[in-house]
Design a protein around this ligand. Structure first.
Ligand code: IPE
Ligand code: IPE
Ligand code: MG
Length: 245
């Protein structure tokens, strides 16, 4: 049984309480997936995009309230120019009309975190359109982390705070969070990283303070419903253990 360690009868709490409200995923391993198949790295990113679509569907079907996907980091600009160009063009491939219609019909709200101003205007327009067309939706919040870096996020928060406030003494953790890109979003309950790496790679540095971390060797293009349920199941076991202790 994937979602319950105990039968609902044995449980003294609502089983739905232990579904993670916010899952954040570091979608890693596209390059290795392609190389192992003798294909160019860009083919791995294309396959990764398909896996992203599947995971989004799986998450709204499982009634996850927030899903954050690390799609492009501030460090990723340092990759070879051909690869960067391909990665930067992916929103155009991803946000096709069918996907937008699907997201709208499933009540998904698309948002972006990161400094989008570095992307070409045509790509910024595509992201803005996805955001605008889904802004009235009230279901799952789907955050794409694009040109996102946890350090850059904290620095921009400090700068904006200093611009807007005279009194540094008033600054506390709750107030600081209002200056982060994620201001309207709870911290992730569960952070997943694929491909066998065990790093945060500048992802959600502030917000990950209390998150459960789960790592899998599965490469991102192979990440499927089974892998997602395994991650959620491990999360639930940890929470159940904490409750029973
Ligand atoms: C993740 O896959 C995608 C991005 C970082 C954009 P990688 O491209 O990092 O794949 P590996 O880690 O080299 O296999
Ligand atoms: C993390 O993966 C960034 C994304 C998944 C977008 P990377 O492959 O870029 O990170 P490092 O280089 O292994 O730290
Ligand atoms: Mg990688």
């Amino acid at each position: 049984m994937l979602f319950f360690k105990k039968s609902p009868k044995e449980s003294t709490y609502d089983q739905f309480d232990i579904i993670p409200e916010h899952i954040a995923i570091m979608m890693d391993g596209n390059g290795r997936w392609a190389t192992r198949k003798g294909m160019p790295r860009t083919a791995g990113h294309y396959a990764g995009m398909q896996s992203m679509r599947e995971t989004i569907r799986n998450c709204y079907t499982l009634k996850i309230k927030y899903l954050t996907l690390y799609a492009f980091s501030t460090e990723n600009w340092a990759r070879p120019i051909e690869e960067v160009n391909y990665l930067v063009s992916l929103p155009q491939l991803f946000f096709q009309d069918e996907i937008l219609s699907e997201l709208i019909s499933h009540n998904v709200q698309v948002k972006f975190i990161g400094n989008l101003s570095r992307f070409p205007e045509s790509i910024q327009d595509i992201m803005q359109k996805a955001k605008d067309l889904t802004s009235m939706n009230t279901g799952m919040v789907l955050n794409f982390a694009m040109n996102y870096g946890g350090k850059a996020e904290i620095i921009q928060a400090i700068k904006r705070y200093a611009e807007e406030n005279q009194n540094i003494e008033e600054l506390d953790e709750d107030l600081f969070e209002k200056y982060l890109y994620t201001k309207d979003c709870p911290s992730p309950d569960l952070i997943i990283r694929t491909s066998g790496e065990h790093r945060l790679s500048n992802f959600l540095l502030w917000q990950s303070a209390k998150s459960e971390l789960w790592f899998t060797k599965t490469l991102w293009p192979d990440f499927d419903l089974y892998a997602l349920k395994e991650a959620i199941s491990v999360y639930q076991s940890r929470k159940l253990e904490a409750i029973s202790n």
